[in-house]
Design a protein around this ligand. Structure first.
Ligand SMILES: [Zn+2]
Length: 140
């Protein structure tokens, strides 16, 4: 949990994405799942990428993932620079059949430990005084 003021951009919460952000506050990661073909769709989009159905439901996933790819960032703007070097991971959720790649930063993993295929778990970071929760990837 962060105690210093949070100085990075915060999410733009709308009626369309509110279920996702409310899920994070409950420490649940929700992904739109197509009611027609069963595929998960990340990033959220009004239509399923597999079959174009607009009948999707926010569905809780396990939070388990593996590293698909990653990079380590050594410079950034403003508050991001304070955390450099930090990792940005493309994590593949374990849910099937359609693989979802979710971007995120890490917590509790040294940049040098990261490798493709590494087991991860989504962890939640409650942002004090902002009434918002963000996700990160931690070790599994
Ligand atoms: Zn579909």
């Amino acid at each position: 949990m962060t105690t210093a003021p949070y100085l990075k951009p915060l999410p733009d919460i709308s009626e369309l994405n509110r279920p996702f952000w409310e899920g994070l506050q409950r420490h649940e990661f929700l992904v739109p799942k197509c009611r027609d073909c069963g595929d998960y769709n990340w990033v959220p989009y009004p239509a399923c990428r597999s079959c174009l159905s607009e009948d999707q439901a926010w569905t809780k996933v396990s939070g388990d993932a593996t590293v698909y790819s990653f990079t380590v960032i050594h410079r950034g703007h403003g508050q991001f620079n304070q955390e450099a070097p930090y990792a940005l991971v493309m994590a593949k959720l374990v849910e099937e059949p359609q693989a979802c790649i979710v971007l995120g930063n890490t917590r509790g993993i040294a940049n040098e430990e990261l490798h493709v295929g590494m087991a991860l778990r989504i962890v939640y970071e409650d942002i004090v005084d902002e009434d918002v929760t963000l996700w990160r990837f931690g070790p599994r």
